[in-house]
Design a protein around this ligand. Structure first.
Ligand SMILES: [Ca+2]
Ligand SMILES: [Ca+2]
Ligand SMILES: [Ca+2]
Ligand SMILES: [Ca+2]
Length: 476
């Protein structure tokens, strides 16, 4: 029995591990323990000069909806060292840092004054730099090249090497890092997270290289391996030309969502097997998917839950536009989000009268079922100009064989079932919004008067009774 249990446990762990192996995979930044999966190890090299504290041998990369995670065996022991991570995400050949000539001392220097240049096709757009003082990380930056203003190679007597960079704190751009690794065994790692937003949004691909330098000078090790960091007797102080990067391909899924009426579906959740994004004001959502994988894409309305599902097989970057023909999101700025199993043809909303009209198509002989969000039970529902009955029970609504509506006051959803021979115009008259807590709403004045009379009916009746009594007493 115990043996069976043990086998079962092992199988469970293996199965669980394989689930975690692919992004999205959120890395725990509260510890330097290595929680990357083994297949997230993207590079391994053996470097044994100038000494273990300044060597890198392991590189891990993974990501989730919000962050790129990098893990590296930066184990500086008691040495004071800098770690650099160069990111090339914009592959436009004119964008990024190549080489900047420092006029003060006639050297080529990067954002930390180190002796580096990068060469086409890899011009990094961002360089993250860390300083380890022998006991802890004291500086963590995430710097962006001013590519709007400077070409990759700058040699200008009026431009210093620090003029061409925006210097940012890694944490202030939303990133983070853990303590350094204890050793090179891989059980602990120096882990860094960078939000996609700091990289200019989800890129189509990331090319990166991680290297170690001293308090000045240039690289003494890099991962992936660059010959140039091991070609001189003194690698601390020479000039290194970084040419080898590691390419991580992202299947950038970029979708624009629209409803049946052409409205941009802002504020909707876009889900894909663990990845998620919220669409912006233009209805755009972008997910950093994994090339070659298949995904179920779901769209979740902030008003009424899941409204759309499709599947994609993402060989690589996908630019998509989805129109959800059975869904209308707050049409004409009304509160009446609508979903139907038919097709929404058109809609209109008269805020002054509280009248919402929606035209729905469905095959002849079938019934369309439509759900409309509403805080209030409607006064009336008409189909093609004819009032249709309501029912007080959902069961009766579900089994009805003629046009009917039902209002669920707990869900705050109006259900309308309509039998079709053609496109049907459904007209719903909603109560006008009441005056609540002194907030001014658009309201018909007679309705307001009626509301006031109804709300104050008891006061009015008592007052009239008192006056009548006074008159009677006086008459006597
Ligand atoms: Ca670039
Ligand atoms: Ca790609
Ligand atoms: Ca070198
Ligand atoms: Ca060097």
């Amino acid at each position: 029995m115990e043996r069976i249990l043990l086998v079962f446990l092992l199988l469970t762990i293996v199965a669980f591990g394989s689930v975690l192996a692919k992004p999205p995979h959120t890395i725990d930044m509260s510890t330097n323990s290595n929680d990357f999966s083994s297949d997230e190890k993207v590079a391994q090299v053996d470097q044994d000069a100038p000494g273990k504290p300044a060597n890198l041998s392991l590189l891990y990369v993974t990501w989730d909806s919000s962050f790129l995670y990098i893990g590296v065996d930066f184990a500086p022991d008691g040495w004071g060292l800098a770690l650099g991570i160069a990111f090339d995400v914009n592959k436009d050949p004119n964008i990024g840092f190549g080489a900047v000539y420092e006029p003060d001392d006639s050297t080529w220097r990067d954002c930390w004054g180190r002796f580096f240049n990068h060469t086409s096709p890899y011009y990094p757009d961002y360089i993250s730099y860390f300083w380890y003082d022998g006991s802890t990380i004291t500086t963590a930056q995430f710097n962006r090249y001013m590519w709007e203003s400077y070409p990759p190679i700058v040699r200008d007597p009026d431009v210093h090497h620090w003029y061409v960079w925006y210097y940012n704190d890694l944490v202030s751009v939303g990133g983070g890092y853990t303590p350094v690794a204890s050793d090179h065994s891989g059980s602990t790692l120096f882990k860094v997270k960078v939000p996609w937003s700091a990289l200019g949004g989800v890129p189509s691909e990331i090319n990166l290289v991680v290297y170690i330098t001293g308090a000045d000078g240039s690289a003494v090790s890099s991962i992936p391996y660059n010959d140039n960091v091991h070609d001189q007797a003194n690698e601390w102080s020479d000039h290194d030309n970084i040419t080898t990067y590691l390419r991580i391909d992202i299947a950038k899924y970029n979708v624009t969502l629209k409803d049946a009426l052409g409205k941009s579906l802002y504020g909707h959740q876009l889900l894909a097997n663990g990845f998620s994004a919220t669409t912006d004001m233009k209805g755009v959502g972008i997910l950093p998917l994994v090339p070659g994988e298949s995904y179920v894409i779901e769209v979740v309305s902030p008003d009424i839950g899941k409204v759309y599902e499709t599947s994609i097989s993402s060989a690589d970057d996908v630019e998509d536009e989805i129109t959800i023909a059975n869904y209308a999101f707050r049409p004409f700025d009304s509160p009446y989000t609508t979903i139907t199993n038919g097709t929404i043809v058109q809609a209109s909303y008269d805020a002054d009268k509280g009248v919402f009209i929606i035209s729905i198509d469905a095959p002849a002989g079938t019934a369309s079922e439509t759900k409309i969000t509403s805080n209030d039970r409607p006064y009336t529902v008409e189909v093609d100009g004819v009032l249709i009955p309501y029912t007080l029970s959902k069961d009766k609504y579900l089994t009805a064989t003629s046009n009917v509506w039902y209002y669920d006051k707990y869900e705050k959803i109006l259900y309308i079932k309509v039998f079709h021979s053609s496109i049907k115009d459904i007209k719903i008259v909603f109560p006008l919004p009441p005056v609540i807590g002194g907030e001014a709403y658009l309201i018909n004045k007679i309705e307001l008067l009626k509301t006031l009379i109804m709300e104050n009916a008891a006061v009015i009746i008592v007052s009239v009774a008192v006056i009548l009594a006074a008159i009677l007493i006086r008459k006597k």
